[in-house]
Every structure is written in C-alpha cells, then in structure tokens.
Design a protein. Structure first.
Length: 76
C-alpha cells in the first residue's frame, strides 16, 4: 500500500493523520508543500481546487483529509 500525505508544518490535522498511520503501523510519504516548490506544484496539479491540508492518497486514489482517513480505518 502506497500512502502519500500532502501536509504543512505545524498542522494539527496533518499531525493527527500521521499519528493514526503510525499507530496502524503503516508507512507513508510525507510531502511538505512548504518545503519544496516541486511538491507544491505537484499538489496543485493533482488537486487544483484544494485549499487545505492534509490531503491523503492511498495507492494513487485521493481519499480526502484527516477525517476521511479516520473514517476509512474506523470502517475496517
């Protein structure tokens, strides 16, 4: 399973999403949109209407933000 999280530093929902994945023992790639213009460009290309982080992809499918991630794992 490939998990990507577009995030920013000091984002409590980003931290909560990463903590949830850590608790589940799932590896993920953190993509800090503030650290690299290429990451920001990728974020804007993949989600042109997104205004908030985190934005999470699992196996290339956009699932949404932290609440969507939490609900996805709660249903399992």
């Amino acid at each position: 399973m490939k998990i990507e999280i577009f995030s920013t530093p000091q984002c409590s929902y980003c931290d909560a999403a990463k903590k949830l994945l850590d608790e589940k023992g799932l590896a993920y790639t953190n993509l800090d949109v503030m650290s690299d213009p290429a990451i920001l460009a990728d974020f804007q290309e993949r989600l042109p209407r997104a205004k908030a982080v985190p934005q999470i992809f699992i196996d290339g499918e956009h699932i949404g933000g932290y609440e969507d991630l939490r609900l996805r794992f709660q249903a399992q």
